[in-house]
Design a protein around this ligand. Structure first.
Ligand SMILES: C[S@@+](CC[C@H](N)C(=O)[O-])C[C@H]1O[C@@H](n2cnc3c(N)ncnc32)[C@H](O)[C@@H]1O
Length: 415
């Protein structure tokens, strides 16, 4: 399969206007972020704010500690959201970030004006126009959010600007030493490419007849781990170059409890990725709709990491980075309890939600490979097979818990 860097075909998310788009089906990511990850995100951002704003503001006092007149040029804070997408989560994260800077400016009694550049970075196929259209009242700027946050308060002196940065986060997309805070949420599970060994008949990791990790085949998992580590190293190296010293990178990502895939701990993945997706492919091959070879040559470039796999990569970069936080959040509910309960009592609504969620993430990839009509056929089957699974969910065999990892990484100051 082609790499997602350079000129290769770049899969993205479902188009903004379709009912199975990410913007209309990102409720679980939004819930996971606000319920579990947000405190870590804010702690990392607060750390950056106090390093750069408070420190810079001190320079506006003279040697005797007397306040000097505020500088004419404002303090500048540059923040990038890697894999922002165009859904409401991108805007939610920017709003939370701006709120935090404004609160800090007020509590630290900073006299300087502050300008924030918020950069939305994603693959070129991302619907940046939809994202910018969702800013109200109009235009690609965030200033009205600042106005809403500071409504009724005069003289806040905070300005915010938005920019789109198209490109793969597995390459450099911003200038060296330019970034104070980087955030990447629920995006690092997309690898830069399918691990090559999976497609090589002579390799131990040859994955013919399968389309993802099979928990009975550790060699396949090992190939995914190797690809992930190569990608993660590249990702971290690029961010370390882009961030200023003292800058912080925040990551929230899908994770696993155990370093080996385990049906008991990774139930959602076992059920929907390893089982339902695999069954749909197999069924279409058995019916002659998809060729056997076509299935052999397709694998999802999707990987939910285990902390130990990332730790190895960070150890290699220990001269440049310091890990401030690394926590595994186990048993996170992907939906609020009442929403989950309602869905469990309505088979059709559950299947529709689950199918749209999967389509939002993987439809463009499948459409590129199978074409429009076979892809539609595929998701009809996925919907039907999801209904077959609901009894297991209802009987408490699994409650769709999910495991997240949150990480904050500092770019060390040079000694
Ligand atoms: C599931 S969405 C997450 C969106 C958002 N960050 C959130 O928290 O809801 C994953 C995003 O990562 C983007 N993505 C995947 N691979 C990428 C890459 N190599 N470079 C940049 N963005 C990428 C996808 O296009 C998609 O918009």
């Amino acid at each position: 399969m082609a790499s997602w860097d350079g000129n290769a075909k770049l899969p993205g998310l479902q188009h903004s206007r379709s009912s199975d788009s990410y913007s209309q089906n990102s409720g679980s990511q939004s819930h996971l972020f606000s319920q579990y990850c947000q405190p870590y995100f804010l702690r990392a951002l607060d750390c950056v704010i106090s390093t750069f704003l408070e420190q810079n503001d001190k320079t506006s006092y003279n040697a005797c500690g007397e306040a000097k007149p505020c500088r004419k040029s404002p303090l500048q804070l540059r923040i990038a959201d890697y894999g922002s997408s165009f859904g409401p989560t991108a805007l939610e994260h920017a709003t939370i970030g701006l709120r935090s800077v404004i609160a800090a400016k007020s509590s630290l009694k900073l006299c300087e004006k502050i300008e924030i550049q918020w950069m939305f970075c994603d693959l070129p196929g991302n619907d940046f126009n939809a994202l910018f259209r969702s800013f109200r009242p109009e235009g690609p700027q965030l200033q009205h959010i600042v106005k809403v946050i500071t409504e009724g308060v005069e003289g806040y002196g905070v300005k915010a600007f938005a920019a789109a940065v198209p490109g793969s986060f597995y390459s450099r997309v911003l200038q060296e030493n330019s970034l104070h805070f980087a955030t990447c949420t629920f995006s690092l599970h997309w690898l830069s490419q399918v691990p090559e060994d999976l497609l090589d008949k002579n390799s131990k990791s040859w994955n013919g007849g399968h389309i993802w990790i099979d928990s009975n085949r550790p060699e396949v998992l090992a190939a995914y781990v190797r690809q992930f580590q190569q990608d993660a190293k590249r990702f971290l190296q690029c961010r370390l170059e882009e961030m200023v010293e003292g800058g912080i990178l925040f990551i929230a990502a899908l994770s696993r409890k155990l370093s080996q895939t385990s049906p008991e701990t990774d139930m959602e993945f076992k059920m929907f990725w390893e089982d339902v997706l695999q069954c749909c492919w197999k069924e279409m091959v058995d019916e002659g709709i998809i060729g056997e070879q076509e299935m052999d040559m397709f694998n999802y470039p999707f990987f939910n990491l285990h902390p130990s796999e990332l730790q190895t990569v960070m150890d290699d970069l220990e001269n440049a980075l310091e890990v401030l936080t690394l926590e595994l959040l186990e048993d996170c509910l992907v939906l609020p309890v009442d929403v989950h309960k309602n869905l469990m009592s309505n088979v059709e609504a559950f299947a529709e939600m689950n199918t749209k969620r999967m389509a939002a993430l993987t439809k463009p990839l499948l459409r590129d490979y199978l074409g429009e009509s076979r892809t539609e056929d595929f998701f009809r089957r996925f919907h039907r097979k999801t209904i077959d699974k609901i009894d297991r969910l209802r009987h408490g065999e699994c409650s769709l818990p999910s495991v997240q990892i949150v990480i904050a990484i500092l770019r060390k100051l040079k000694q």
